[in-house]
Design a protein around this ligand. Structure first.
Ligand SMILES: NC(=O)c1ccc[n+]([C@@H]2O[C@H](COP(=O)([O-])OP(=O)(O)OC[C@H]3O[C@@H](n4cnc5c(N)ncnc54)[C@H](O)[C@@H]3O)[C@@H](O)[C@H]2O)c1
Length: 337
């Protein structure tokens, strides 16, 4: 099987490529990535010379390039996106360009090439925000869309386009809407790696608002196994929501990281909340469990501990990112807003 993976130099895409090449050594992968600020070839340094892996630097909006590299692929697995909510608040242009237009260009290419199999990676954020008070409520496949940030609105638009290509042209698609990922190679602008690396630098951790917002966490390796299940056994035209049923408030999570790393609450710095900050996300992943037999394997406690170890042992990786352009964004968002 030959896969075209878009966005494979980012956090989840690079973990997915590693997962697939380890599990299916005879599969071939082309990784198409523009290498934006979030793309990093160091994430896949160990696969650079793998005979079944090829990297192509390019934009998913480049239809000519896509037609060329996707021609002999069996499936397109589409991770490429602008993925950070805070950045979408600062400016939505790139989010619309890549997440909406880019997805449409990919879909059109898949159609032109004789209706290629297409799997779209999406997020639970398309469903909006759940109340804190009703802890039984969680997103399922039928939950109506109610995106509230420019990021989630752009992902919702892309999901709709993917479904439209299924209904209109019979494009053989599947979609997965996953909850918040954590794990190795996560860009240190996102909460968990930001907090771990700040603490390793002796700096405080910036916690939004009252810290009560709840996220449903899943280890990136479990997300990869869910995508593996959907691309091999998922029913064409269907959506699967993916989560590990691990809800944590941000304050609870922060205290857990602090305690694992030997720090106390004095390292918390409460900062101005994100505008429109969704209160709670939660997923009931019953369909993927019942129909595809998928189960998450990594419990949160050991997942977080191994993530902390990874960031302790890979300081060069994140220190280089944190001392680059990223610093300008950090100052703009946390200090000058
Ligand atoms: N991070 C999460 O918790 C999470 C949860 C659910 C779903 N998702 C979805 O998973 C996917 C991957 O997320 P991530 O956290 O790995 O993102 P990321 O920001 O770490 O990586 C995105 C990658 O896409 C590439 N890219 C961006 N624009 C491109 C373009 N125009 N052409 C080609 N490549 C381009 C970047 O260079 C980068 O390598 C996204 O679609 C995101 O919406 C993420």
């Amino acid at each position: 099987m030959k896969l075209l993976v878009t966005g494979g130099a980012g956090f989840i895409g690079s973990n997915f490529i590693r997962y697939i090449l380890n599990k299916y050594p005879d599969y071939q992968i082309i990784n198409l990535d523009k290498l934006t600020y979030a793309g990093n070839l160091e994430n896949l340094k160990d696969f650079e010379y793998h005979p079944n892996y090829k990297f192509v630097r390019g934009d998913i909006l480049n239809s000519e390039l896509l037609e060329h590299i996707a021609a002999d692929c069996d499936i397109i697995v589409h991770f490429a996106a602008e993925s950070h909510v805070d950045r979408s608040v600062l400016g939505a242009d790139d989010f619309i360009r890549t997440n909406v237009l880019g997805t449409q260009v990919l879909l059109e290419t898949a159609r032109k090439l004789g209706n290629k199999r297409f799997h779209h990676i999406s997020t639970d954020e398309v469903f909006g925000s759940l109340p804190l008070e009703d802890s039984d409520k969680a997103f399922i496949e039928e939950t109506p869309y109610e995106p509230r940030s420019p990021y989630s609105a752009s992902k919702a638009a892309s999901d709709h386009l993917v479904r439209a290509y299924f209904h209109t042209y019979g494009l053989p698609i599947t979609i997965s809407n996953c909850s918040n990922n954590y794990g190795q190679y996560m860009f240190p602008e996102k909460m968990i790696p930001l907090f771990i690396t700040n603490l390793l630098q002796g700096e405080k951790v910036p916690l939004y608002g009252d810290g009560k917002n709840v996220r449903d966490w899943i280890h990136v390796d479990d997300h990869c196994s869910a995508v593996d299940a959907v691309i091999h056994r998922g029913k064409i035209g269907e959506t699967y929501v993916v989560g590990a049923r691990c809800e944590k408030s941000n304050i609870e999570l922060t205290k857990m990281i602090l305690s694992c790393m030997g720090f106390g609450d004095e390292m918390i710095e409460y900062v101005k909340d994100r505008p429109g900050h969704d209160r709670r996300y939660a997923i009931k992943p019953y369909k993927i469990q019942a129909e595809l037999g998928w189960r998450p394997q990594i419990d949160f406690d050991s997942g977080i501990r191994s993530m902390i170890d990874w960031y302790m042992n890979n300081q060069e990786w994140w220190r280089r990112i944190k001392s680059g352009d990223y610093k300008d964004y950090y100052d703009l968002w946390y200090k000058k807003r």
